[in-house]
Design a protein around this ligand. Structure first.
Ligand code: ADP
Ligand code: MG
Length: 158
C-alpha cells in the first residue's frame, strides 16, 4: 500500500488511521532516513491509541514505554549494533503485552521476528521540504489481514 503524506499534520492523521487496526501483541517496523518522519508517525499512532502524553525519539534511551492501554513500547535502534540488540534480550520485551514499534529495525534484523507490519517512509525528490511516500507491507498471517483492513480505513493521500 502506497500513501502520499503532504506534511506533519498528515503524518499524524495517517498514524491515527493505522492505530485503528492495531492490537496488543502487534509489532511494527519503521524504516526511513533520519528526519523521514518515523517518530512523527509514532506520535500519530500513539494519539490514535488514546495516549495523550509526549512522544519523542528514544534514540538515547533505546526504549520509551508509554503508559497507555494498550501499552506502547517505542524503540529506536539507530545507535545500536546488531550485538547490542542481541544483548538486550529483545524477545522478552517483544512478548510483553503491548504494541511494539521499532525505528531502525534494520540495525538488528537478524534478531527480530520476520512477521511484522513494515512501514517505509520515503522522501519525495530527496527534498525534506516536500511530502513523503509511505509504503506499508505486512509479513505473516495476521499482518496480511491487517493490510486488508488498512486498505479499507486508510486514504491514499493525507
Ligand atoms: P525520524 O524519526 O524519521 O528521524 P522525525 O519524525 O523525528 O523523523 O522528523 C521528521 C521531520 O519531518 C519533522 O520535522 C516533521 O515535521 C517533518 N515531517 C514529518 N512528516 C512529514 C511529511 N509527511 N511531509 C513533510 N515533512 C514531514
Ligand atoms: Mg525518530
Amino acid at each position: 500500500m502506497r500513501i502520499t503524506v503532504r506534511d506533519e499534520e498528515g503524518m499524524n492523521e495517517l498514524g491515527k488511521a493505522i492505530s485503528g487496526v492495531l492490537a496488543e501483541g502487534d509489532l511494527l517496523y519503521l524504516l526511513g532516513v533520519l528526519g523521514a518522519g518515523k517518530t512523527t508517525l509514532v506520535r500519530g499512532i500513539a494519539m490514535g491509541l488514546g495516549y495523550a502524553g509526549k512522544v519523542n525519539s528514544p534514540s538515547f534511551s533505546i526504549m520509551n514505554i508509554y503508559d497507555n492501554n494498550p501499552l506502547i513500547f517505542h524503540y529506536d535502534f539507530y545507535r545500536l549494533g546488531a550485538c547490542d540488540i542481541y544483548d538486550l534480550g529483545l524477545e522478552d520485551y517483544l512478548e510483553r503485552d503491548g504494541i511494539a514499534i521499532i525505528e531502525w529495525p534494520q540495525m538488528g534484523e537478524r534478531f527480530l521476528p520476520e512477521e511484522a507490519l513494515r512501514i517505509n517512509i520515503n522522501l519525495i525528490d530527496n527534498d525534506y521540504e516536500k511530502g513523503r511516500i509511505v509504503e506499508i507491507h505486512g509479513r505473516g498471517g495476521k499482518y496480511l489481514q491487517k493490510i486488508k483492513e488498512l486498505a479499507r480505513n486508510v486514504d491514499t493521500c493525507y
